[in-house]
Write a protein that binds this ligand. Structure first.
Ligand code: SF4
Length: 374
C-alpha cells in the first residue's frame, strides 16, 4: 500500500514560525490547478501500480481550495492511480476557513479525515505565532465539524510558545479532551532558519523560545495523554483507539509515497525526490512536461539510518529481525551493542527483538537515533 501527498502552496498570510513552502498570494492559483493535474499524469507510474491507501492534502492551506478543484484533483487521482475503497483521505484546514459552507462541501467530497491547525486555544499564543484565526474560531471550527457528523478529526497543537505557561498548556489539552477530539498532533515550537520568527527573536522583538519550557511541556503532554487514554503512537502523535493516521504511519513504516505540487517529497524504496520549492518554476516545468525534482538514490546505510530514525519514534519500535534480514547481521550486532548504553540508562526497552523508546528516552529521540546510526 502506498500514499499520495498533495501540496497546496497557498496561505492567506505567513505565520512567523513557518518554514513550509507556501506563498501568501492567490496570484498563481488558477494556473496551479491544471498543472497539478498534469503532474499527476506525468507521475502516474512512480508508484508502479501499487494500491493507494491514503491521500493527504497538506500545505500551505488546502482549505483555500475551491470545492470544484478538490473534486477535479480527486477525479484525476482516481484516473491515474488505484485508490482503495477504504482509503484515508485527509484534508488540512485552518479554523478560519471552516465555515458551514466549507464543511458542507467537504462532507460532499471523498474527504474522510480533517486535520485542523488549531495550535492554541489562547489568543496571545496565536498572536505570537501570527496565526490569523482566533481562539474562539478554533473551538467553533471543531464543534461545527462534529455537528456536521465528521468524526475523524485531528488537531495540531504547539507547545513551548514563550507566551504559553504550563497552566495554559494544561488548559489547551483539557479543552481538546473536552471537545472529544480523537487525534492530536503536538509539536514543540522550533525556531527554523530564515523564518520571520528567527529574525524577530534576533532583533529582540519577540520572546526567545526556551528549551526547558518545551521539555517540561512535553512531559505534561505525555502525562495528560496517558491519563486520558490516548495512544502515544509516535513522538508527536496521539490518538484514541482506531484513529491512528494511516498516512503518517505509511511514512514511518517506510511505505512508498508520491508527493505532488511544489516542494512535495516522494519516496519509492530506492530513491527519494523533492519538487522545486518555487511555484512559478514548478508551473513552467510541468507545462513543458518535465517534473522539476531533484533525485537522491539512497545507499544501504541511508536506508538503514532512515529506518532507525523513523521506527524509533513510533510505538512499533525498531525491529532487529527486520534489520538482520534487510541489512545483514553485522548491522544488527552493531546496533544492539550501540543501544546497550541507552538500555542500561532506561531510555530504551529491548523486548522480543524490538527496540522501543521509554518516555524518558522520547525526550532525547533525535540524539539517540543519531547515536545509533551507521
Ligand atoms: S497556515 Fe500553515 S503553511 Fe501557511 S504559513 Fe501558517 S503554518 Fe505555514
Amino acid at each position: 500500500m502506498a500514499g499520495i501527498y498533495i501540496h497546496i502552496p497557498f496561505c492567506k498570510s505567513k505565520c512567523y514560525y513557518c518554514n513550509f513552502y507556501s506563498v501568501a498570494s492567490s496570484r498563481y492559483y488558477s494556473s496551479f490547478i491544471p498543472v497539478l493535474l498534469k503532474e499527476a499524469e506525468l507521475q502516474k507510474n512512480y508508484l508502479e501500480g501499487e494500491k493507494i491507501n491514503t491521500v493527504y492534502f497538506g500545505g500551505g492551506t488546502p482549505s483555500l481550495l475551491d470545492h470544484k478543484d478538490l473534486m477535479h484533483i480527486m477525479d484525476k487521482l482516481q484516473e491515474c492511480f488505484e485508490i482503495s475503497a477504504d482509503a484515508e483521505i485527509s484534508f488540512e484546514a485552518n479554523p478560519d476557513d471552516l465555515n458551514n459552507g466549507k464543511i458542507k462541501e467537504l462532507e460532499q467530497s471523498p474527504v474522510n479525515r480533517i486535520s485542523i491547525g488549531i495550535q492554541s486555544f489562547f489568543d496571545d499564543d496565536l498572536k505570537y505565532l501570527k496565526r490569523i484565526h482566533s481562539a474562539s474560531q478554533a473551538e467553533s471550527a471543531v464543534k461545527r465539524c462534529q455537528d456536521a457528523g465528521l468524526e475523524n478529526i485531528s488537531i495540531d497543537l504547539i507547545y513551548g510558545i514563550p507566551t504559553l505557561t504550563d497552566d495554559k498548556w494544561k488548559i489547551n489539552l483539557d479543552t481538546s479532551f473536552s471537545l472529544a477530539i480523537p487525534h492530536i498532533s503536538a509539536y514543540g515550537l522550533t525556531v527554523e532558519t530564515k523564518t520571520a520568527l528567527e529574525t524577530l527573536i534576533s532583533k529582540g522583538k519577540a520572546l526567545p523560545v526556551n528549551e526547558e519550557q518545551s521539555v517540561r511541556q512535553f512531559k505534561i503532554l505525555m502525562q495528560q495523554m496517558k491519563t486520558n487514554y490516548f495512544i502515544h503512537y509516535e513522538i508527536s502523535n496521539f490518538c484514541k483507539e482506531g484513529f491512528i493516521s494511516k498516512h503518517n504511519s505509511n511514512y514511518w513504516k517506510g511505505s512508498k509515497y508520491l508527493g505532488l505540487g511544489p516542494s512535495a517529497h516522494s519516496y519509492n524504496l530506492l530513491s527519494r525526490q523533492w519538487n522545486v520549492a518555487d511555484i512559478s518554476e514548478y508551473i513552467e516545468k510541468i507545462e513543458q512536461k518535465k517534473v522539476p525534482a531533484e533525485i537522491e538514490i539512497l545507499s544501504n546505510e541511508q536506508k538503514l539510518n532512515e529506518y532507525i530514525m523513523t521506527s524509533l519514534r513510533t510505538i512499533w519500535g525498531c525491529d532487529i529481525n527486520y534489520i538482520e534480514q534487510t541489512f545483514g547481521s553485522e548491522h544488527k550486532n552493531s546496533l544492539i551493542s550501540k543501544a546497550e548504553n541507552y538500555i542500561s540508562k532506561g531510555h530504551i526497552i529491548f523486548n522480543n527483538n524490538i527496540l522501543v523508546l521509554t518516555d524518558e528516552g522520547k525526550l532525547f529521540a533525535d540524539g539517540i537515533a543519531g547515536d545509533l546510526f551507521e
